[in-house]
Design a protein around this ligand. Structure first.
Ligand code: HXC
Length: 258
């Protein structure tokens, strides 16, 4: 196919990306990550796709950045090449991304999941930030997004020890993941949620994602203003007329994404 480290396919209106480096437990090599970005931006540009699911294997979502690839890195070269800067490109994707995590989501694997919009976990999922044990620190959100997801004390414990991991149930209780599922149902359930999102008005879906993400950047009053202005603007759309009209007429709405 088009890619060497991932499988990218369409399931109806859902884009499905499967990380596929089984021999390395889906370690996130630079090449793999470039392929993920490429597949994501193709789905983002495809009007037939409403939401995206990223998954790995039953053993590993991803066991982190590729240690073998980076072990001899030199700081000045990392700076010049902005090492792993391209990982952040995922956050520019406008369509919702659901991470379906089975098995290990460690280091960069946990960070990749946290860059997605919703995380579903299989019963055997394990989330952790073991970088400290490698003599380094998290580099793609482990010290930032994890705090916001599970709180300071837990995030400190996870990142400082490198060996306090969260199982699926703990991750759900803390709010890092929104649902725990049997491993063999995980991807199907993630696709079902993605399908549901894909039936909504796509501009509204993207506005929700944008507004929620602004809550991490803005003060409450700025965030509320941002939300209210976007909300007010929805009254200029076909889909608002259709959605509210359909409710009043007791029928199903047909959104046209305009
Ligand atoms: C490269 C990896 C890897 C990784 C596993 N492998 N994780 N290769 N980078 N992160 C490879 C192993 O070397 C091995 O290859 C094969 O995958 C199978 O792994 P095993 O260790 O034999 O499997 P197992 O005993 O089941 O243990 C699973 C594991 C362990 C607990 C997940 O593999 C592990 O601890 N991996 C490293 C986890 C980690 O430290 N991640 C953080 C990376 S740093 P061979 O060829 O030997 O068979 C990071 C920084 C992010 O992510 C910064 C982002 C900007």
């Amino acid at each position: 196919g088009e890619y060497k480290n991932i499988i990218s396919e369409k399931k109806g209106k859902v884009g499905l990306i499967t990380l596929n480096r089984p021999k390395a437990l889906n370690a996130l090599s630079s090449a793999l990550f470039h392929e993920v970005n490429d597949a994501l931006f193709k789905f983002d540009a495809d009007e037939g796709v409403g939401a995206i699911v990223i998954t790995g294997s039953e053993k590993a979502f991803a066991a982190g950045a590729d240690i073998k690839e980076m072990k001899d890195n030199v700081a000045i070269e990392c700076y010049k090449n902005n090492f792993l800067g391209h990982w952040t490109d995922i956050t520019k994707v406008k369509k919702p991304i659901i991470a379906a995590v089975n098995g290990f989501a460690l280091g960069g694997g946990c960070e990749l999941a946290m860059m997605c919009d919703i995380i579903y976990a299989g019963e055997k999922a394990v989330f952790g930030q073991p970088e400290i044990k490698l003599g380094t620190i998290p580099g793609a959100g482990g010290t930032q997004r994890l705090v916001k997801a599970v709180g300071k004390s837990k995030a400190m414990e996870i990142c400082l020890t490198g060996s306090v991991n969260l199982n699926a149930e703990e991750a759900a209780n803390l709010g890092l993941v929104s649902k725990v599922l049997p491993a063999d149902q995980l991807v199907d359930e993630a696709i079902k949620t993605a399908e549901k999102i894909a039936t909504m008005s796509q501009p509204m879906v993207q506005m929700v994602k944008e507004a929620i993400n602004q809550s991490f950047e803005l003060s409450l009053s700025s965030g509320l203003l941002y939300e209210r202005r976007m909300f007010q603007n929805t009254f200029g759309t076909h889909d608002q007329r259709e959605g509210m009209g359909a409710f009043v007429e007791k029928r199903k709405p047909t959104f046209q994404n305009k």
